[in-house]
Design a protein around this ligand. Structure first.
Ligand SMILES: *Cc1c(COP(=O)(O)O)cnc(C)c1O
Length: 381
């Protein structure tokens, strides 16, 4: 079976992890700060705080921006559940803004209307988590222009988009956001096995992120209440978590980061090959955009005339590991228990009904991709 996504690990990655194993620190050594520095530099952000998953990164981003039980957080229904769950961890309510079916990202017009209504009823969200679906950045400038005047914090869930760009700047630069979250799960642009990070340009936010990622404990006398008791002394000043990344994971992430540009280039070439091959089929293809270069995390098509379940099974039978991204979050039983219903976000639901993700990853061989192309064309014709 040709999988829909797959990591690429080489000898240098393996050696980087072995080197850590042979050294003194398995965690809280020098690999995590080195990875954070390299990631922040790549993204041209001031700070990066590495943690043990993208989900943890979303959680501490919300906490650090002050999301709490009396708040609500809005996000896209067309995402992995973690984009919404981060608000629930903080005790906040979740609501969604429907997608634009072409970009598959949050629809700016729908956002503008929903914000107007929320302003009128005094129920504006504390934060908005936008998702760069499949690696294509949202229109961050347009979104910031809507949220900033209303005092709404803006978080990018860029789990798909590391290595992509927006207005010529790397995704993660936080030019138009308070914080940008990355994931290093093996199917993403680079991997640390498990891992994630929050990027930001705010030193105050960075300080809070570090507190929440490590028990709420500080060793900085300037951040303590009262005087330090001595060199051994620390204080717990918040209720934080142990979300730290280990040095083993960071070493792998750092080694992978050196290959990121090549990974994204390979993904883009393969994506363009699909797009060329499928021009004459009755399906919707992912679009490219003038303002953003996708990181091509996924190549998702939407069927027009065919039955998705049937096509899904036939492709799987042909050895093609297709997938579906995503079951709209609000249709999950957990979210339906909170009051969401089918029909609430018709564009996300309509896309889901017709969506199919085809294999796309740096090591997908030309032969294997041809096999996918041939199977898709013969099954859809
Ligand atoms: C992968 C992913 C996450 C969560 O990342 P983990 O590192 O697996 O916790 C969050 N949001 C989106 C959109 C993702 O694709």
């Amino acid at each position: 079976m040709i999988p829909y996504g797959k990591h690429h690990i080489d000898r240098a990655d393996i050696q980087a992890v072995i080197d850590v194993l042979e050294n003194q620190f398995l965690t809280q050594g020098q690999q995590v700060p080195a990875f954070e520095r390299a990631l922040a530099d790549y993204c041209t952000a001031k700070y990066a705080v590495a943690v043990n998953s993208g989900t943890s990164a979303l959680h501490i981003a919300c906490l650090s921006l002050g999301v709490g039980p009396d708040d609500s957080v809005w996000t896209s229904p067309l995402s992995f559940v973690a984009s919404a769950n981060c608000a629930r961890y903080c005790g906040a309510d979740v609501d969604f803004v429907d997608i634009d079916p072409v970009s598959r990202n949050i629809c700016i017009q729908a956002l503008a209307i929903k914000l107007q209504q929320a302003k009128a009823s005094n129920s504006l969200p504390k934060a908005l988590v936008v998702v760069h679906y499949a690696g294509l950045s949202c229109d961050m400038q347009g979104i910031r222009e809507l949220t900033q005047p209303l005092g709404i914090a803006l978080i990018e869930d860029a789990s798909h988009a590391l290595g992509g760009s927006y207005q010529q700047k790397p995704v993660g630069s936080c030019e138009y956001s308070d914080a940008c979250v990355m994931s290093f799960h093996p199917v993403k642009s680079i991997t640390s096995a498990e891992g994630g990070a929050v990027l930001t340009n705010s030193s105050e936010l960075e300080r809070k992120l570090r507190l929440f990622a490590s028990h709420g404990i500080t060793r900085e006398p300037s951040q303590m209440q009262g005087k330090s008791d001595g060199l051994w002394y620390y204080q717990q000043v918040e209720l934080g978590y142990n979300y730290r990344l280990s040095d083993l994971h960071a070493a792998l992430g750092l080694s992978q980061l050196k290959k990121l540009t090549g990974f994204v280039k390979a993904r883009k070439e393969k994506a363009r090959r699909y797009t060329q091959a499928f021009q004459d089929l009755a399906i919707e293809l992912p679009v490219e955009s003038e303002m953003a270069e996708s990181a091509w995390h996924l190549y998702a098509i939407a069927l027009r005339e065919h039955n998705r379940s049937e096509i899904f099974s036939r492709l799987q039978e042909a050895g093609i590991g297709v997938n579906v991204h995503y079951i709209p979050i609000h249709l999950q039983p957990y979210y339906q228990k909170l009051g969401f219903r089918p029909g609430d976000f018709p564009n996300a639901e309509g896309f889901y009904q017709r969506a199919l993700t085809l294999p796309l990853y740096p090591d997908l061989t030309a032969d294997n991709q041809q096999q996918v192309i041939d199977a898709v064309i013969s099954i859809l014709r």
